[in-house]
Write a protein that binds this ligand. Sequence first.
Ligand SMILES: *Cc1c(COP(=O)(O)O)cnc(C)c1O
Length: 361
Amino acid sequence: MTTIYNFSAGPAVLPKPVLQQAQHELLDWHGSGMSVMEMSHRGPEFGQIIAEAEADLRELMGILSNYKVLFLQGGATSQFAMVPMNLLGDKGVADFVNTGQWSSKAIKEAKKFGTANIVASSEDRNFSYIPDPAAWNLSADAAYLHYTPNETIGGVEYQWVPNVGEVPLVADMSSNILSRPVDVSKFGLIYAGAQKNIGPSGLVIVIVREDLLGKAGKAVPTMLDYKVHADNDSMYNTPATFAVYVAGLIFKWLKAQGGLAAIEAVNVAKSNRLYQLIDASGGFYNNPVALDCRSRMNIPFRLHDETLEKPFLKQADAAGLLQLKGHKSVGGMRASIYNAMPDEGVKVLAQFMAEFQRTQG
Ligand SMILES: *Cc1c(COP(=O)(O)O)cnc(C)c1O
């Protein structure tokens, strides 16, 4: 059987040892006689699982004690509404950088709750770059600034953290959380849907500075109030218990890899391998993103001859290289190479791409 490598943008590949451990423990977690799926979220077993998951995430990311870590549901998309509902407060205005489809969705949703001021947009060049922060048109009194550190569809990633002074920085880190070290203290709130670098879909993790809690208006539903979840240790209602458990296993796996600095080095090497191949292909392959903000996680590319895209995907599939089709809105190809994609998978893809060019170029 051919080894399969899954380049899906999400839900995405998970580390094999983690899946094997989950399989091993599926029917009987640590001698409890129960599957994690069957346990009360209020029992001591799950209490240990979620506490360890939080502690390991705090250790990995260096999250300080004045931040709450929330394990919520509804994916990252629910946060497009929860963030403005909870953080707009009396100010009623938030700033947004629009660098692609995910930022655009966050902006659209925020407009339901207040004013979304777009400080800069890269839509003029098909979301292929990050607007120069020196020219951002910041509001005088924004409740927060929202940006998308990695645009999963466009393959555009900030290699720096915006500096907006005292204005709380809010980041949708869904597709690059845990892929590199970040200084959490620079952020007011970080959120990330789980299904790229954390674990099973549905779970969304929110890391929020405590002083930002408690600003939700009376009309905000209880389930959408961060403070309620913070005060109840993410157990106001039943959390996504199995997803939290798998996320916890991933955090332990990441620690065993050497943590975020170590995984960053791997991610740099993996992404460089593909970009170098694309750049050296003499235009046979091309990536449209500005060099200073190419994503290490999602690498979109096109073939110079569009009619070769179908055979490319077909042959890739036959070679065990799956889910390389680009997002339907942009076409072409996209290789998503999150933390769990082994270097070997990227090597095999690069060899396949070189061989495809040799035979079809
Ligand atoms: C995948 C993704 C989302 C949407 O996540 P859901 O869990 O499907 O709601 C939002 N933002 C970014 C940057 C993403 O990559």
